[in-house]
Design a protein around this ligand. Structure first.
Ligand code: TXA
Ligand code: MG
Length: 321
């Protein structure tokens, strides 16, 4: 059983021993191991039951550390890191030879990120190696935003969950690559596209689907809980699907049915992002057989929430999990 503890020293020790430790970040909890130790990294894939073709993000303490693990960092990528690190931004960069191929699934690029969480930054500063860490959920399930979420599903497989409280952002990082001067967003996430565009100018969205799992980004069903989810206009969906086992996720409160969850009563997209994965987990219960959800306003972090809802709906409907 995993110990849930705020002891950074325990995490340091286990990571030095080549063990896997769940770590808090501002986005979601990660399942971390020494990124320079291929055997330790393999344990992450095993604990998550994640296919080896899906590469891991490497977490660093600073931009100076990023320069040890990437080569030829484009000037725009450098500017983005300077502006948004520590924070919910992952940069895909040409990988240095010290990063084992198992981390990047053989790709020539490595995803680097400096997380904005005090405990994990302190942990990274105390370690002589960076941390490879995917989200700390079994492959195909919703990312965890509390230590309890991690424990519920992976507690039996890992020795320690470093307790850093509830994740402040609640959605994974935005994945960006600068290619020949063009800014490509591979995954919408905690850093809004609008904020990136202030530095880079217009970006190109290249969001991935299950037909193309080798490329950057996500399998379509990656965020899906096991329930059927339908996205659309709630009042009309409710008229068709209302019932004792139908749940509703709204942006603000619509009060439909008994399993009714508002992501933010005050209409804050930041708060909605903090809540979305928690709500998807709560509603993934035997009392519920259908979830109706509405789209958030399509701006800022709302775009990333909509992306996750759409993926959950797609995966839920075809039962890919
Ligand atoms: O916020 C986050 O990014 C969290 C926290 C723990 O940092 N991590 C996270 O990792 O969401 P993960 O593995 O669940 O999702 C990262 C995605 C992977 O699915 C993979 O497709 C993509 O990033 N990725 C990582 N390295 C890549 C690379 N070198 N090339 C293309 N895609 C990459
Ligand atoms: Mg993930």
């Amino acid at each position: 059983m995993a110990k849930i503890s705020s002891s950074i020293a325990d995490a340091v020790q286990l990571l030095h021993q080549g063990e896997v430790v769940a770590i808090p970040t501002e986005t979601v909890y990660g399942l971390a191991a020494n990124a320079l130790n291929a055997e330790a990294v393999v344990k992450i894939f095993e604990a998550k039951q994640r296919p080896r073709f899906d590469p891991l993000i490497v977490h660093v303490a600073s931009f100076a550390d990023a320069e040890k693990y990437a080569t030829d960092i484009p000037p725009l990528a450098r500017q983005l890191a300077k502006k948004f690190w520590p924070g919910p931004l992952t940069l895909l960069l040409p990988k240095a030879s010290n990063i084992p191929d198992v981390v990047t699934s053989g790709l020539p690029t490595v995803g680097l990120r400096c997380p904005a969480h005090e405990a994990t930054l302190s942990l990274l500063q105390q370690l002589p190696f960076p941390l490879a860490a995917p989200s700390a959920n079994p492959f195909g399930y919703v990312s965890p935003t509390t230590p309890q979420h991690v424990d519920n599903q992976l507690g039996k497989r890992i020795p320690l969950i470093l307790d850093g409280g509830r994740c402040k952002v609640g959605l994974e990082s935005t994945i960006v690559q600068i290619l020949e001067g063009e800014t490509i967003v591979h995954r919408l996430g905690g850093l809004a596209v609008e904020d990136i565009e202030e530095i880079t100018g217009p970006v190109k969205l290249v969001l991935n689907h299950s037909s193309n799992p080798l490329a950057p980004g996500q399998l379509t069903s990656h965020y899906a809980p096991t329930k059927r989810i339908i996205l659309g206009e709630l009042a009309s969906l409710w008229a068709i699907h209302k019932g004792p086992k139908t749940a509703v996720i709204s942006f603000q409160n619509l009060g439909l049915g008994q399993f009714n969850r508002a992501l933010s009563a005050s209409g804050s997209l930041v708060e909605a992002a903090q809540n979305i994965f928690q709500v998807l987990r709560e509603l993934d219960s035997p009392e519920i057989d259908l979830i109706l959800a509405e789209k958030m306003p399509d701006k800022g972090i709302g775009r990333a929430i909509n992306d996750r809802l759409l993926r959950a709906a797609t995966g839920g409907l075809v039962g890919e999990n």
